[in-house]
Design a binder for this molecule. Structure first.
Ligand SMILES: C[S@@+](CC[C@H](N)C(=O)[O-])C[C@H]1O[C@@H](n2cnc3c(N)ncnc32)[C@H](O)[C@@H]1O
Length: 263
């Protein structure tokens, strides 16, 4: 189904998936409708906040990996969400001070907060875009002015593909994005899992700005087809290159993640 406009109108009444996630993370950029919906999800799966925090931790480690170990200095973060702690540009610039970041989202509150946050950072931009239109994102003149598509970049699809329905061709979207970047680029991806603990919460998302489409490990792994997953491969959030080998706290949370290279 081809439903959403390129960047959605501001709507404080319909629970919004980005603002619900902000609430899980303890942020302030959410409304009563978001909090009520988020509390219903937490009621069904009490570890929802932990899941969001574990995802942010994975994102930080993956950006550090791309910047420090691969030497990538450009980041295209689609479905970037509201600014929180350890934002991608902060993590990347800590490793590579010249790192450039383009955040893309369709939610107006994300766009306005992003623009305000970044007003003084010339290396980071926020642009409106819909992941369901990957060809428009990579053709955006502001984005192409900011990121050099002739050099490797990291494409971040972190906790966003589960808002894309099968009929919107999420695998084709990932392929189109990775075809648009040069070899040596990396894909950073995380995705909620079709786990019985999460299933009941999807009815809350049915009435939110996007449905939640939970997928199996095999379906999530298929997003990496044609790419080379780096060690340790597709894992649960806590097992992807944990800061300490002794730390396995997020290991049983229902989401998978991975980082892959375009050869
Ligand atoms: C759960 S948040 C994830 C934020 C961040 N990537 C992270 O993992 O911490 C999902 C974000 O994706 C955005 N989003 C949902 N559908 C989208 C689409 N079709 N195109 C662009 N952004 C989208 C939402 O507005 C929200 O900000």
């Amino acid at each position: 189904m081809d439903s959403a406009p390129l960047n959605a109108a501001f709507d404080p009444i319909t629970p919004n998936v980005g603002r619900m996630y902000d609430y899980y993370l303890g942020g302030k950029d959410n409304y009563a409708s978001d909090r009520e919906a988020a509390e219903r999800v937490i009621g069904v799966f009490p570890r929802t906040r932990e899941l969001a925090v574990a995802n942010r931790r994975f994102l930080r480690r993956a950006v550090e990996y791309a910047a420090a170990e691969v030497g990538i200095g450009q980041f295209l973060d689609i479905g970037s969400g509201l600014p929180t702690q350890e934002n991608v540009h902060e993590v990347a610039q800590r490793v590579l001070p010249a790192a450039r970041v383009a955040y893309v989202d369709l939610e107006p509150i994300v766009l306005s907060h992003g623009e305000a946050l970044l007003a003084t950072d010339e290396q980071t931009i926020m642009v409106a875009g819909d992941l369901r239109r990957p060809e428009k994102i990579v053709a955006d003149p502001v984005l192409r002015e900011h990121l050099d598509f002739d050099r490797p970049m990291a494409v971040l699809l972190v906790f966003v593909l589960h808002f894309i329905r099968d009929e919107e061709d999420p695998r084709g979207i990932v392929r189109a994005l990775m075809d648009a970047v040069v070899p040596g680029s990396v894909l950073v991806l995380s995705h909620a899992e079709a786990d019985r603990r999460l299933m009941p919460g999807t009815s809350v998302y049915d009435r939110a700005s996007s449905p939640a489409v939970l997928r199996s490990q095999e379906e999530i792994e298929a997003f990496f087809d044609g790419l080379k997953l780096v060690e340790p491969g597709l894992t649960r959030l806590g097992s992807w290159r944990p800061d300490s080998p002794l730390y396995r706290g997020d290991d049983d949370l229902p989401a998978f993640c991975g980082v892959a290279h375009r050869g």
